[in-house]
Design a binder for this molecule. Sequence first.
Ligand code: 5GP
Ligand code: ZN
Length: 152
Amino acid sequence: MTTPVVHDAACIFCKIIKGEIPSKKLIETSHSYSFLDIQPLAKGHALIVPKYHGAKLHDIPDEFLTDILPIAKKLSKALGVDNNGIENPIGYNVLQNNGKIAHQEVSHVHFHVIPKRDKDTGLVVGWPAQPTDFAKLDQTHKEIMAKLDSNL
Ligand code: 5GP
Ligand code: ZN
């Protein structure tokens, strides 16, 4: 059985999906809608949203999530960021934020596809890596595996 499509009348991305707010549409499928970000970090910065209203990744049924990465792949080619030139490499980031503390502004799940053509445009990431500690890793692994084994 197909999961029914759920909308929230007050949500800006639900309004975009329904065409109530204009957008620069890129790819649309039965489960997803993609369009240009209105305040791009770089030229071609795109968003992909499931046609299902949910704030965070874990709120979205799997059939909507599995539709999204192939769209990100198509967009990477259309944006011309799939070119692994050695002289002048262009990259891209696929980003998905969950929660205000994790920089989520719009409470409808969305994946960013952000071209990275140079160090100043595109995504700039802070990466506060901690030193490797195998005892801590072991403990963390045990904690997570216990939850996974209890079928959370
Ligand atoms: P977040 O910080 O929630 O991960 O990203 C939300 C993104 O949605 C931002 O990059 C912002 O520019 C974009 N955005 C917010 N409102 C609109 C809108 O009305 N139209 C479009 N195209 N993008 C929007
Ligand atoms: Zn929504």
